[in-house]
Design a protein around this ligand. Structure first.
Ligand code: B12
Length: 255
């Protein structure tokens, strides 16, 4: 539906690049007025409204994925553009991030609810020097909802912290997130640290985050790249199948 929330429509005036405006409008096209209201509440940093409207949507039996994509993530896309173009600054982004978390708090129990047997263990973290965690947290919610046990190392995670957690939890899959071009190389450094520790063959490594690409993932020696939380789940499933078929030291010794 076209944008019916007038204040959200007014926000479109901040988007100067025509292709981005078309993209942002297409995000709102797939939602309805309630989703637009959630997006606007997030853009304006009103965590109380995001909290109430998200709850209202779930009470009205909206799918949590719809609320996430058409409400919260669509709103965050506008914030990303305004931040890049110096229309808003770190404090405003933090306030919108807090509003995003207010909405995610309602979605998390549903997206993380899983009655199925654990299908694998994943360690996830944002790399060293990087404090962005919204996307990583979404991936974790979806992974848990699919039946993965996920150990969340939080943000600013150093290579040896990843190694220790993978060892401690016997994780078959490691997921790293980076949102800054300056911290992306820390993914490669972490992979290097796994190699130096003689651990690389025991864990499959997936990477993601807005600036990361398939090509970058391949260049630094990751096993997979996912562009969103759905791709993250598919990747974790594929990689944990590979990990469960990987020869262990014991079976190697028997052959
Ligand atoms: C919110 C935000 C912040 C918040 C973070 C709050 C938080 N708790 O996360 C705050 C205000 C703290 C912040 C700070 C900074 N930020 Co900032 N931030 C953003 C913003 C607006 C949104 C990021 C976000 O949450 N997106 C929504 C989520 C859902 O998307 P996502 O993270 O990409 O995750 C999805 C996928 O990428 C994927 N995914 C993510 N991780 C993984 C992992 C795996 C394994 C897989 C498979 C998939 C996957 O799935 C996710 C779900 O679909 C972006 C703009 C943007 N468009 O990305 C800038 C942005 C990332 N920030 C930027 C900058 C510059 C900074 C600062 C340096 C600003 C400053 N001057 O201080 C600091 C750095 C702080 C630090 N050391 O990390 C730049 C980076 C530019 C660059 N080229 O590196 C951006 C792109 C803004 C811009 N256009 O200039 N930021």
């Amino acid at each position: 539906m076209p944008i019916v929330n007038q204040r959200l429509e007014d926000e479109m005036a901040h988007i100067s690049r025509p292709e981005e405006l078309t993209h942002i409008r297409s995000l709102f096209d797939s939602g309805d007025e309630l989703m637009q209201n959630i997006a606007y509440a997030l853009i304006s940093g009103n965590d109380r409204d995001v909290d109430e409207l998200t709850k209202q949507a779930l009470d009205q039996h909206y799918e949590p994925n719809i609320v996430l994509d058409d409400g919260l993530i669509a709103g965050m896309a506008v914030i990303g553009i305004k931040f890049r173009d110096n229309i808003i600054f770190v404090p405003e982004v933090l306030i919108s991030a807090r509003a995003m978390k207010a909405g995610m708090a309602h979605l998390e129990p549903i997206l993380s609810e899983s009655g199925v047997e654990p299908i694998g263990t994943v360690v996830m973290g944002t790399v060293k020097g990087d404090l962005h965690d919204i996307g990583k947290n979404l991936c974790i919610m979806m992974l848990r909802g699919t039946g993965f046990v996920v150990h969340d190392l939080g943000v600013d995670t150093k290579p040896d912290e990843f190694i220790d957690a993978v060892t401690e939890h016997g994780a078959g899959v490691l997921g790293m997130s980076a949102l800054l071009t300056t911290t992306m190389p820390n993914m490669g450094r972490t992979i290097q640290a796994f190699e130096e520790a003689g651990m690389r063959e025991f864990v499959s490594i997936m990477v993601g985050g807005a600036p990361v690409t398939q090509e970058f993932a391949e260049d630094m020696g990751a096993d997979g790249y996912g562009q969103d939380a759905i791709a993250c789940v598919d990747l974790a499933k594929t990689l944990s199948r590979i990990a469960s078929h990987a020869p262990t030291n014991e079976s190697d010794a028997q052959n």
